[in-house]
Design a protein around this ligand. Structure first.
Ligand code: ZN
Length: 331
């Protein structure tokens, strides 16, 4: 009998899932095996300003392109990570600073109508957390959270192996922990939120604010002025020993450490995974952030917790979205 079952498994086309990571800047799509391997990936600018209809069409097109590239295998479901608060049950987007005009829109129904496979939606940072839990830095960890430091700061909390969505689906908005009571106003309506400091935008803004500092001169010259500043340039300068840019990362690390201490004291979890584009520069801020965290958190949970960079890089959102479609439990 075992012989028969392995024979029939051999004849079945290999199953895979498509993960779609819809960002405010880029749309990333990949075909992912049941083991979490990325079989094919593609990306395109999301071009949010081009309008909702055009972006929905683009999503359908890249799904089709992906399907075409993994011919011979069986597509079993599609997962979509959305940058905003979205209900996995209804598919309605409740809030999204990066997708203006999409609020109260049912992205799931509209796309599902055009697709022949089951479609699942989830917040993008939640999807990222599941990806890291499946095949990334948090494999085998039951209680952890993920931060994505990109244009803004996303967060996803996994407790006992499952996402914690909160009663209304708004849990895990770590980017909106207040780290500076009278700080910079935030899109969420509050001010001094973590994401105003510990993000690519926050880093660039802090550099702009320091433009009159004599130490800022080399950076401004290298970037052709205030308008040319980018997080990558600031990181490059910091790595070369530029004191102004190194100072900006110290500032960022302090704010991140305050946020991390709040997470430690609130949740007493095993791990915090730090991902997103800015985590490519984690060598410049993560250990200082950990030190700040230890100064402010309770000793036992502070020393227990591991604060680590994400492992899946740019593919975390794709792999996590595919995992949602896969419908497995994490551990
Ligand atoms: Zn905020």
């Amino acid at each position: 009998m075992p012989h028969q079952s392995s024979q029939s498994a051999k004849n079945m086309p290999m199953r895979y899932f498509i993960g779609v990571d819809l960002g405010g800047t880029n749309l990333k799509v990949g075909a992912v095996s049941t083991k979490g391997e990325v079989l094919f990936r593609t990306e395109a600018p999301s071009d949010v300003k081009g309008g909702r209809g055009a972006l929905l069409k683009k999503i359908l097109n890249v799904i089709e392109e992906t399907r075409h590239m993994v011919k011979g295998k069986r597509l079993s479901g599609i997962g979509l990570g959305v940058p905003g608060i979205v209900s996995p049950e209804t598919g309605i987007i409740a809030q999204s600073p990066n997708l203006a005009g999409w609020v109260d829109f049912n992205i799931k129904d509209v796309l599902a109508e055009k697709l022949s496979w089951p479609l699942y939606v989830e917040n993008d940072a939640n999807a990222f957390a599941l990806g890291e839990g499946w095949t990334g830095a948090a494999v085998g960890i039951k209680n952890f959270c993920c931060l994505t430091l990109g244009t803004g700061v996303g967060g996803g909390i996994v407790l006992n192996g499952s996402l914690w969505h909160g009663v209304d689906g708004f849990a895990g908005e770590i980017g909106h922990i207040v780290v500076e009571p009278d700080g910079v106003p935030c899109n969420c309506g509050s001010q001094g939120c973590l994401e105003r400091y510990v993000s690519a935008n926050g880093l660039v803004r802090m550099a702009q604010e320091g433009k009159d500092d004599i130490l800022a001169a080399p950076l401004l010259k290298g970037c052709c002025g205030v308008d040319g500043l980018s997080a990558k340039a600031i990181a490059d300068f910091a790595r070369q020993g530029d004191p102004f840019c190194a100072g900006l990362f110290q500032k960022l690390a302090r704010y991140l450490g305050i946020g991390l201490a709040d997470i430690v004291n609130l949740l007493n979890i095993e791990m915090i995974v730090v991902g997103g584009g800015l985590s490519n520069a984690s060598d410049l801020f993560l250990s200082a952030a950990r030190e700040e965290m230890l100064k402010r958190s309770f000793k036992v949970p502070g020393h227990r917790i591991k604060v680590v960079p994400a492992r899946l890089g740019d593919n975390g959102g794709i792999i996590g979205a595919a995992f949602i479609a896969f419908g497995k439990e994490l551990h």
